[in-house]
Write a protein that binds this ligand. Sequence first.
Ligand code: ZN
Length: 199
Amino acid sequence: MRWLRIERVLGLSCPLCGAPLDRPGLCIRCTNTLRAGRRHNLVFLGRYREYRRVVRALKFRGGRALVPPLARALAEGVREAGWDVEAVTAVPTTWWRIWRRGYNPAELLGRAIARELGVPYRRVLGRRYFRSQTRRPADLRASLPAGIFYLRRELPERRWLLVDDVWTTGATFRAVERALRAGGAEAVWGAVIAARRSS
Ligand SMILES: [Zn+2]
């Protein structure tokens, strides 16, 4: 299960438009038309409806081929926004998810965006595990338990880009932003693949 390849699950097709592919990734047409939108302090590539299969594909090993075009388009959106980003980090997932999957897709994307922007990627955040009180995914709840995210080290930079795969209610983003600001961050912007609803 750990290394289940995405094409066995979804077939080898473009996860955005469904066109048949001869290698994993996005089709040329989708690659060339990816463009980040912007809402307040967030850049994103599209609605969750359209990007659901892209987000899902990124959680599988074959989905890594999707990272470079997504990162290029998001980095371009950050440059267009004129944000003076000094460093990039990603929303951390729990250790057991990394163990099952082998990596954190948000971190993979964050590292690629940092390379595009020419700034460092820093693994500065940790995530505590809390036993869920409801069966709803953490992101759909209005707020997360206090202290769920924490800083693993002092922040070497002040202006951060925070990367995640999906923006749902913003609860995750706000919780991470609180941790970064408590550590001295002066600005926190966000970059995600898909936004689930308008804020
Ligand atoms: Zn396509």
